[in-house]
Design a protein. Structure first.
Length: 420
């Protein structure tokens, strides 16, 4: 495991959180809790769009990690070209679906008081543009991760994170119209796509750009792994983001703010795990091609470290939650947000452990097991969200989310220990 790459990953994931901490309180004070709730939903939708690559981004990382330095390395340009064409098609389909859903009145599902229907409609149409951008970006990011090019993509993540929170804050000083705020998110995704592509081709040997072509053989190889990843890629972001959408639908957009603030405080602690697993995935995939014992040794060593670190971090956050909320956003959240945060701390700890097992299974090419687990979780989680939010409000959403990740972690542990 390369500590340098983990450091760049951690930097790319961590600095945007500092920007969020500085800008979110001011943003809420300017645009209000309801518009901020809609903005939080937009962040969730864009995050979900990044998974609409049918698992191709993950498959590209695995495929390129196994091709690098071997006799068939000349297949790499074809792999990339094939992946980009597939994700472009899928992203375009997603764009069309969002546009159709918006025009047919899908925006009416979220209760609103001060935000007008035309404002929400225009915002959704803008968000539709981000769908293909996110899907294609996932592929190019997969190329960078396969080549362990974490320094460049970390700088890009910092810039993107700054735009994610800072740009709406700056625009809000002139207007609180939702579509202008969301327009900044779409613009930043377009710039990110251009930069991910540029960094990806810098990783390749000179002259590789433009030489690749779409082939059915490469598409089949990508989709063989990505087919099951597709199931996880569609369901997993829903499992992560559904809670806020259920809160918005069953309660109100303003209630999303009361839930999202403690959620972001706790869940963002996973940046350390994300920094490690992003590096571990291509490294372990390479080890598995050479020495399976070496792969298991590397995984177990980092699993212990992650478990100890996250136990300490989440314990501290749970204890300090009321003070953190008061210091950060003060009157913009209710008292029950403290309980939301503390319950989620338990879930984040288990999620950290599950993320390690998830990464190992995918590095082993075992995407089927994770997809089956997500298929089992989906109806259970949806039912739990509806019942718990109905009876317990935003605290119920936190309980449902935590129970789901505990079940997920236990399932991933089981599949990792069971040999195929």
């Amino acid at each position: 495991m390369q500590y340098k790459n983990i450091f760049w990953n951690l930097l790319g994931l961590g600095l945007p959180l500092l920007i969020a901490a500085l800008t979110v309180p001011g943003l809420i004070s300017v645009i209000g809790t309801e518009r901020f709730g809609f903005l939080a939903l937009a962040w969730g939708l864009i995050g979900y769009a990044g998974a609409l690559d049918l698992g191709i981004g993950r498959a590209v990382t695995l495929r390129l990690a196994s091709l690098r330095g071997r006799d068939n390395e000349n297949e790499i340009p074809d792999v990339i070209s094939t992946a980009v064409r597939v994700t472009t098609f899928i992203g375009t389909v997603g764009f069309v679906l969002i546009v159709l859903g918006s025009c047919l009145g899908g925006y009416n599902f979220v209760p609103r008081q001060t935000v007008s229907a035309p404002e929400v409609l225009i915002s959704l149409l803008l968000l539709a543009l981000a769908i293909p951008m996110q899907a294609i970006s996932a592929t190019y990011r997969g190329v960078n991760e396969a080549y362990l090019n974490f320094k460049n993509i970390s700088f890009l993540r910092i810039a993107l994170g700054a735009a994610n929170f800072g740009a709406p804050f700056l625009v809000a000083q002139f207007t609180n119209q939702l579509y202008w705020l969301i327009g900044t998110l779409v613009l930043s995704r377009g710039i990110a796509l251009f930069m991910y592509r540029r960094f990806a081709y810098q990783c390749l040997s000179k002259g590789a750009d433009g030489l690749g072509k779409f082939t059915k053989d490469q598409a089949n190889k990508l989709l063989t792994f990505g087919g099951w990843v597709t199931v996880s890629s569609i369901i997993s972001p829903f499992l992560v983001q559904a809670d806020r959408f259920f809160v918005g639908t069953l309660i109100s957009a303003a209630a999303v703010t009361a839930y999202v603030i403690p959620y972001e405080i706790t869940v963002q602690a996973l940046i350390l795990v994300g920094a490690i697993t992003t590096v571990a995935f291509p490294v372990i995939a390479g080890y598995l091609q050479e020495d399976i014992n070496k792969a298991h040794h590397a995984f177990n060593r980092w699993l212990v470290k992650v478990s100890i670190i996250m136990f300490c971090v989440m314990g501290c956050i749970a204890f300090l939650m009321p003070y953190i909320l008061k210091l950060w956003v003060g009157q913009y959240v209710s008292d029950e947000s403290t309980w939301v945060g503390r319950i989620l701390c338990v879930g984040v700890f288990f999620n950290a452990i599950g993320s390690m097992y998830y990464s190992f299974l995918h590095a082993s090419g075992r995407s089927k097991e994770t997809a089956i687990l997500h298929l089992i979780e989906l109806p259970m989680f949806v039912g739990a969200l509806y019942v718990f939010i109905t009876y317990f409000g935003v605290v119920g959403a936190a309980l449902a989310w935590t129970l789901r990740v505990v079940f997920d972690s236990l399932g991933l542990f089981y599949f990792t220990k069971v040999k195929r």
